[in-house]
Design a protein around this ligand. Structure first.
Ligand code: GH3
Ligand code: MG
Ligand code: MG
Ligand code: MG
Length: 312
């Protein structure tokens, strides 16, 4: 099937939306069979820095949607081999491929508006569209899209990735391991006696500690490491192409920096530590849940043996 040619590195089952970084933010697809309209769109959009791709029919339109993942699709209703509504229908069936599709049509009747929205269109714009309106429209919708995609995968308090994003990346790393035996490591990090921080200094200070800890990790981790808030004061790091020994060195560096990091509450300085459980992927351990359980066992040992340490 054509839609399996897509280059999306993320898991195709668990994914609800196509995360930000895999999208071609500036790529706009116009699916239309009217040559004059197409060249108008191309000229106006390209003049404003967007890359425009064209499909003249439904089949090619769907192919380009899946292959190139455009940021926004302008879709005509009447097409030589079908119509815009059936494209919307196809996209609606495959929920994970929720897309920004705007109907742009001269068939500007009430029924078409209703149908377009029922099938998940973002907007309905009657043809022709003025140049200034087109550009402000695209700017507006792309900004909205960016915000939306950010909020889907980013934890609001700490601004690190959330659990949903972790799951998709986990699947991707497992897939890579299956294909090429590319190693990776998984670490669970859990703040020590965090309940006591809340009880002593209050919940807001606790929040500041979560933010400060996250910022510290983000500063010290390598670019490729994926750091997520798993829930509460528990975090998970995925380290692609990393042995557990190398993961240990990195986590120890972070742990030592955390020990030295001062937090303050009402002028009082205090420190917070964390414990970590580490594992490396292997052929018998290739399920996110199993890997996290195993890392959690290592974390439990770290806690039992006194906290403020990393255990493999
Ligand atoms: P341990 O060293 O064994 O991990 O002990 P702990 O106190 O860190 O662990 P416990 O699981 O008992 O407590 C976790 C606390 O984290 C309880 C919960 O109120 C707090 N917490 C979870 N999410 C948040 C949050 O978003 N903000 C704040 N301030 N506290 C949170
Ligand atoms: Mg047409
Ligand atoms: Mg804890
Ligand atoms: Mg905990």
């Amino acid at each position: 099937h054509f839609y399996q040619t897509n280059a999306n590195p993320l898991n195709e089952d668990t994914q609800l939306a196509i995360p930000n970084h895999t999208l071609n933010q500036e790529l706009i697809l116009v699916i239309d069979d009217d040559i004059i309209f197409i060249s108008y769109m191309k000229r106006v959009l390209e003049k404003n820095g967007y890359t425009v791709i064209i499909a003249y029919n439904e089949k090619r339109g769907l192919e380009l949607i899946y292959e190139l993942k455009p940021a926004i699709v302008f879709l005509d209703i009447m097409l030589p081999d079908g119509n815009g509504f059936s494209i919307l229908q196809t996209l609606k069936k495959v929920k994970k491929d929720r897309m920004f599709v705007t109907i742009i049509s001269a068939n500007d009747c009430k029924a078409n508006h209703v149908k377009a929205y029922e099938l998940g269109a973002l907007d309905f714009i009657p043809k022709p569209i003025d140049e200034k309106i087109l550009i402000s429209y695209v700017t507006n919708r792309l900004a909205f899209k960016k915000e939306l995609e950010h909020s889907i995968i980013i934890d609001e308090l700490t601004q690190v990735y959330n659990r949903k994003f972790l799951e998709s990346q986990f699947e991707y790393l497992i897939q890579q391991y299956n294909r090429n035996q590319t190693p990776f490591s998984v670490v669970i990090l859990d703040l020590d006696y965090f309940k006591k921080v809340n009880d002593t200094y209050g919940h807001l200070v606790g929040d500041e500690v979560l933010k400060g800890f996250s910022a510290l990790v983000m500063e010290l981790k390598r670019e490729q490491d994926i750091f997520c808030r798993y829930g509460g004061e528990e975090f998970v790091m995925l380290l692609p192409q990393t042995s557990v020994q190398d993961a240990y060195s990195l986590i120890e560096k972070i742990r030592q920096a955390m020990v030295k990091k001062d937090f303050t509450a009402n002028g009082v300085k205090f420190n917070v530590t964390f414990s970590a459980g580490l594992i490396e992927a292997n052929a018998c351990l290739l399920h996110p849940k199993k890997m996290l359980e195993k890392a959690d066992q290592a974390l439990y040992e770290a806690k039992q043996s006194g906290r403020d340490r990393s255990v493999i």
